[in-house]
Design a protein around this ligand. Structure first.
Ligand code: NAP
Ligand code: ZN
Length: 315
């Protein structure tokens, strides 16, 4: 269904909260899943958007940012900050975690009120337009690559918003990167982003055993073909959210002692580390900018897999 302009009352501003005038907001495929209620959690009216960069205009007493400071906001809006998971630095998987644009108005808007403890200072050398997608897409792929201390041969499946950032991070981490795509037209750009090799889904038998495979695909795929890319004792990590189950035969896990895992956005520490790593290595998204008024046109590009590689709305 098409999005329409919608006016709403601001949420109240608590002592930890900020109001941010939004400059840019990326369109993550999770926004499309939410608009379409693919996950059965959407309530309407829905204001999508969770790859936000803007400037602080108002703040509560306990917020460490300055008025006028540039900050970013990603998928996560809050967590209890007291459970063992949070205290252990894994607040991204806290059972009480809330999302920026589920049950609260998100970033396809001129401003947002958010918890300053889930806002991030943006390094000076990162432009707002191309850094906005780092807040969700960048964090989601950087975090598992960083946590698993990837090395050797790495496969990145899906060269979309998340995938094109994952190629850049894995390459900057010193890995030999295999970009795996069902879109042959993405080969030259995938290589320019740092992929050493490009394979289409039809060429997978040409891949050597990979140490770590990160799947960013938003649709159901042949998981047997993907797990068979993983070499002995290697790992398949999935971050994409297709509708169907991940069907993998037990024997495909047993015989090569392969592991499979998932990863959810990134902790606040990993988001800070991702921003510093991106600033240090000059990693940003390749973006196409649309004014907010053209949001439906912009969403169509994402739905049709035409975005190269992240569509960003300008407010
Ligand atoms: P995106 O920009 O639309 O990219 C997804 C890519 O998947 C496409 O570019 C395409 O790559 C591939 N793809 C799409 N349809 C396909 C099909 N039918 N068969 C094979 N490949 C297909 O999406 P995104 O923003 O990167 O998000 C990707 C997924 O990650 C979404 O499901 C999103 O909800 C999820 N996500 C998860 C987290 C998390 O915390 N785990 C965070 C953010 C997003 P090729 O053309 O190269 O094949
Ligand atoms: Zn997202």
């Amino acid at each position: 269904m098409p999005l329409e302009a919608y006016a709403f009352e601001e949420e109240s501003l608590g002592s930890h909260d900020v109001e941010v005038a939004i400059a840019f907001c990326g369109i993550c495929h999770s926004d499309v899943h939410l608009i379409d209620n693919d996950w059965g959690i959407s309530g309407y009216p829905l204001v999508p958007g969770h790859e936000i960069i803007g400037t602080v205009t108002t703040k509560g007493d306990e917020v460490p940012f300055d008025i006028g400071q540039r900050v970013g906001i990603g998928w996560q809006r809050s967590a209890c900050l007291t459970c063992n998971t949070c205290v252990g630095g894994h607040e991204n998987i806290c059972a009480s975690s809330e999302a920026t644009c589920v049950g609260h108005p998100g970033g396809f808007a001129d401003k947002i009120r958010a918890d300053g403890r889930f806002c991030f200072a943006i390094p000076e050398n990162l432009p707002s337009e191309t850094a906005a997608p780092l807040l969700c897409g960048g964090a989601t792929v950087f975090s598992p690559l960083h946590r698993h201390r990837v090395q050797g041969r790495i496969g990145i499946v899906g060269v979309g918003g998340l995938g094109h950032l994952a190629i850049q991070y894995a390459s900057a981490m010193g890995c030999e990167v295999y970009a795996i795509s069902h879109s042959p037209s993405k080969e030259a750009e995938a290589k320019s982003l740092g992929a050493d090799h490009f394979l289409t889904i039809g060429d997978l038998d040409q891949a050597p055993p990979l140490d770590f495979v990160l799947s960013t695909v938003s649709a159901d795929i042949d998981w047997e073909a993907i797990i068979n890319l993983v070499g002995p004792n290697g790992t398949l990590c999935n971050v994409g959210v297709p509708g169907g189950p991940i069907a993998i035969s037990p024997i495909s896990l047993i015989m090569q002692q392969r592991s499979i895992c998932g990863s959810a956005i990134g902790s606040r520490l990993h988001i800070r580390e991702m921003l510093a790593f991106s600033a240090g290595h000059g990693i940003v998204a390749k973006t196409e900018v649309f004014p907010l008024e053209k949001v439906n046109e912009a969403l169509e590009r994402v739905r049709k897999n035409e975005a190269r590689y992240r569509v960003v709305l300008q407010m």
